[in-house]
Design a protein around this ligand. Structure first.
Ligand SMILES: Nc1nc2c(ncn2[C@@H]2O[C@H](COP(=O)(O)OP(=O)(O)OP(=O)(O)O)[C@@H](O)[C@H]2O)c(=O)[nH]1
Ligand SMILES: [Mg+2]
Length: 315
């Protein structure tokens, strides 16, 4: 399959098979993905990206589903990227996830895709971000990205997402866990899910206290706690309202543009780094390294001077 105008036009009109193929090219790091991303770039930039993260089993998928249904009801086109839905923590969630994913994929204007965590985390976030770019070019108004908040990946996703919703549950210690995992730093909004359980009000109050202890954010946004019951579709309208409020806040204050420009700078730096890495290491330089390693190891030369010579190629 060639990356020709026909292929690009099919993505823009959100032909599901073509969008799916395009994301596969990105996921497989196929040679053609570069060409694809070049051609798609000018068609993207309109979608608003919402990250949904939190501990395993907190109800991220349930909330995502409810949000999608509500957005579709309001005539928005929605894309969803579920990062690693087969979380090792919840085991058998796969079948349930699959059923739910099929259900919402049938809704008008919805495209859902799961992406596995494999390889390096950096690779994960890069691919996920680029998959979002495809959905953006495919005309989605909102893109929801679900990630399990246990490692580095959610921090990367939070960088990309315009609004990050952290889903917690009223279990004792959950708020503390979230603090340890760094989820407090990335939340724009907290969804306290499973609020049908005991102690929800107490945890909501604790969360609010913790939020108030934090220094105010640079963009003056006040983090709120929204109580939800994912399985009963309760609190979802309030949650979406809060997301829209955050969106308006970022847009009106100019912070959205600023954040996206910062991300762009980062992306360009990363692209340059990865290109340079590929082109820099030719055979001669590798051999030079090999030949000098013993000398450096024996402290007759130092890595710093060596690297300077290597980069200037004064060999
Ligand atoms: N009681 C109660 N159960 C809920 C609620 N929301 C979700 N659940 C249940 O919690 C379990 C996990 O829900 P998911 O939506 O799959 O959670 P998740 O965060 O996406 O899980 P992973 O992606 O595996 O980390 C399921 O059995 C849900 O039915 C809620 O508001 N109340
Ligand atoms: Mg899930």
């Amino acid at each position: 399959m060639a990356i020709n105008n026909d292929f690009i036009n099919k993505i823009i009109s959100c032909d599901k098979r073509t969008v799916s193929r395009a994301i596969s090219l990105i996921e497989d790091e196929d040679n053609r993905s570069n060409e694809l991303l070049k051609k798609l770039y000018k068609h993207a930039g309109k979608a608003y990206r919402i990250g949904i993260t939190g501990p395993p089993g907190a109800g991220k998928s349930s909330i995502t589903n409810c949000l999608v249904k509500l957005l579709v009801k309001n005539n928005f086109k929605v894309g969803i990227i579920a990062v690693d839905p087969t979380s090792p923590f919840t085991g058998g969630a796969l079948l349930g996830d699959r059923i739910r994913m099929t259900e919402i994929s049938l809704l008008d204007g919805v495209f859902i895709r799961s992406m596995a965590t494999r390889g390096s985390l950096g690779g994960l976030s890069k691919n996920v971000v680029e998959a979002c770019d495809v959905l953006d070019a495919a005309g989605k108004d909102f893109i929801l990205i679900e990630t399990v908040g246990v490692g580095q990946s959610e921090l990367d996703i939070a960088q990309t997402a315009d609004t990050t919703v952290v889903v917690l549950v009223p279990e004792s210690g959950d708020a503390i866990q979230a603090m340890k995992a760094g989820l407090m730093e990335i939340a724009d909004i907290f969804a306290l899910n499973k609020s049908d359980r005991q102690g929800a009000d107490g945890i909501a109050a604790t969360l609010k206290n913790i939020i108030h202890l934090k220094p105010p954010s640079e963009n003056k946004w006040e983090i709120n706690v929204i109580k939800t019951i994912g399985i009963k579709n309760e609190g979802i309208e309030e949650l979406l309202n809060e997301i829209i409020k955050h969106k308006n806040h970022l847009e009106d204050s100019g912070f959205l543009a600023e954040k996206r420009k910062n991300n762009l700078t980062k992306k360009i730096l990363e692209l340059v780094n990865s290109r340079l890495e590929v082109t820099f290491w030719d055979e001669k330089k590798r051999k030079f390294l090999e030949d000098n390693l013993s000398k450096i190891y024996g402290r007759k030369d130092d890595p710093y001077s060596f690297v300077e010579r290597l980069i200037d190629f004064k060999i």
